[in-house]
Ligand binder design. Structure first.
Ligand SMILES: [Mg+2]
Length: 261
């Protein structure tokens, strides 16, 4: 990097940290000892369009006459309803079991002769095969000399571990909702992560793409949140401002590892 671009970068960093400290005055970056990532949508390139394509493939393999985008919206709504049924006393379910219930309800409502477990297993296989974003591996490796690196994902162990192995992504700690018996944004899963890292929550920066699980969740558990807002979404009112807000993992890097370090 040339001296002038170095200066420019330092100015950008200063501006970013000034803006950040205004939003979140209590965090001091040197206190951060670990960076924990969300999986899908953050490190792994599987987002809404991929879910809609998967719905279309399920319709094709099962010979169902349905609009894939509509099926996805109904499936998502079924997931919110399923969670809200146990709002006061959350029940932990593996994703494949929850998805089978959601598919069963959507198929029934739409009078589609679908096989709910076949659909759930197909979605699981797609998530196991999903590719990492190109920037995921280099960003993790650039952070590794400076921080402990963790992954915390709302996922079942089988498809999550298959996906991480396929993409050659390595972490000091991997925690799934299945292992924790709790789903983000429940603070319990974040506290379990802190316990596994052997660090207080305040020493962990959590980076993820989805504001409710990945910004509200860590904030409630006392962690620092970085919102990787690839889609340029608006922050929901119930979600507190994140400490950092970036459009990609690569933008996170100069904020966490200042040039020259
Ligand atoms: Mg995500």
């Amino acid at each position: 990097m040339s001296p002038s671009s170095h200066l420019r970068q330092s100015a950008l960093n200063l501006r970013a940290s000034a803006a950040s400290s205004k939003r979140h005055p209590t965090v001091n970056l040197p206190d951060i000892r670990a960076v924990a990532f969300d999986g899908y949508g953050t490190l792994i390139n599987f987002t809404e369009p991929d879910f809609i394509v998967t719905m279309a493939e399920i319709c094709a393999r099962q010979g169902l006459q349905a609009d894939a985008a509509d099926l996805w919206r109904r499936f998502l709504r079924a997931s919110f309803l399923l969670r809200s049924e146990n709002h006061r006393d959350p029940v932990y379910r593996r994703y494949d079991a929850a998805w089978a219930i959601q598919f069963e309800r959507v198929f029934k409502r739409q009078r589609l002769p679908g096989d709910a477990w076949d659909a759930a297993n197909y979605l699981k296989a797609k998530l196991a095969e999903a590719p990492a974003f190109d920037e995921a591996h280099p960003v993790i490796e650039a952070l590794r000399p400076h921080y402990r690196i963790a992954l915390l994902s709302n996922a079942d162990d089988d498809f999550l571990h298959a996906c991480l192995a396929r993409n050659g992504l390595h972490f000091d700690v991997v925690l799934s909702s299945e292992q924790a018996g709790a789903i983000k944004p429940n603070p319990l899963i974040f506290l379990r992560l802190a316990e596994l890292l052997g660090l207080p929550p305040a020493a962990i920066l959590y980076a993820g793409d989805n504001p409710i699980p990945d910004v509200l969740g860590p904030a409630r558990a006392g962690m620092t949140a970085a919102w990787v807002n690839r889609a340029g979404l608006r922050r929901p009112r119930r979600v507190p401002p994140p400490y950092m807000r970036v459009r990609s993992l690569s933008e996170l890097l100069p904020l966490l590892v200042p040039p020259g370090e």
